[in-house]
Design a protein. Structure first.
Length: 302
């Protein structure tokens, strides 16, 4: 990864007796798609509010682009914190013209066409905002954040309230924008969203950072490898596992089982082990635990 885009150092915010964010420290590097994941009330929105200058921190500090909290940083950041706020009786182009004027975009018409194509709304550019579906409204809001070609995009719960199709469209859009080299910071309580969209993730609980790392680091089982197995008679697998100390049953999936083995054992060794016990495996594959299960484990333990 490249340069540090955002450095957060012991950032805190309290509301009377409630500690909304507690001593949060994080680094976000350029080109990361960084997820802030946590249940409602974990401090995600408060954190983004402080980083965007909407909420004053109680203590600690943050710095964008090694440039502190200077106003000049705002021009390099596009953000979507709340429900899209556009004029219902104006078209997509007219609404974006107003946004472009506020942002001081030098060549608005060309850039507006470009961002509308990016969010797949160019064909509906002359339709009034009031005729848009919720998903289209959200895509127009993302188009507005892209005006001025900011280096960093900040999204708070970007798929909230959308139907499954709208959710899928927004996720694909964010993935595509990330591939173009933008740094993206996204807060969500939806585990599936973070898992599918982000490269890195921080998990918050009641304002505290409980885990941070790449998605693979958080999902990956650190001590052992999880292997999914299937055979004609699963009971045979279970019995042979019980007699061996290096292999343990991790999860029974009904028609398959997941075993936990030490990192040193490879799949051919496991296949040989069962074959020697008279068990022919019809499936043997590495099993990745979902972020959801990892998340629930992390939240439970912390």
């Amino acid at each position: 990864m490249g340069n540090t885009v955002l450095k957060i150092d012991k950032l805190s915010k309290s509301y009377k007796t409630i500690k909304a964010v507690n001593d949060l420290s994080l680094d976000v590097k350029e080109r990361m798609v960084f997820g802030i994941l946590g249940p409602n009330g974990s401090g995600k929105t408060t954190t983004l509010g402080m980083l965007l200058g909407v909420i004053n921190p109680g203590s600690g500090s943050y710095s964008w682009f090694d440039n502190g909290t200077k106003d000049a940083n705002r021009k390099r950041i596009g953000s979507l914190l709340e429900t899209p706020n556009f004029y219902p009786y104006l078209t997509a182009v007219q609404n974006l013209e107003i946004t472009a004027k506020i942002k001081g975009v030098s060549n608005p018409s060309e850039e507006i066409s470009e961002v509308l194509k990016t969010v797949d709304l160019y064909e509906r550019k002359d339709s009034k905002f009031s005729t848009y579906s919720l998903g289209m409204k959200q895509r127009l809001a993302i188009a507005a954040t892209l005006l001025g070609d900011p280096e960093v995009l900040v999204f708070d719960e970007p798929t909230n309230g959308l139907d499954p199709q709208g959710i899928a469209e927004i996720r694909e859009l964010i993935i595509d924008i990330g591939k173009k080299g933008k740094t993206i910071l996204i807060a969500s309580h939806i585990l599936d969203e973070i898992e599918k969209v982000c490269s890195h993730c921080a998990i918050l609980k009641e304002g505290n950072l409980v885990r941070t790392g790449t998605i693979n680091e958080i999902i990956g089982n650190q001590e052992s490898t999880l292997i999914k197995l299937s055979t004609a008679n699963l009971e045979d697998i279970k019995k042979s596992i019980e007699s061996d100390t290096g292999i343990s049953l991790y999860k029974d999936l009904g028609d398959k089982v997941v075993i936990s083995v030490s990192k040193e054992k490879n799949t051919s060794e496991i296949n040989k082990y069962f074959f020697e016990k008279g068990i022919v495996l019809s499936e043997l594959s590495v099993y990745n635990e979902s972020l959801e299960n990892q998340f629930l484990e992390i939240i439970k333990k912390s």
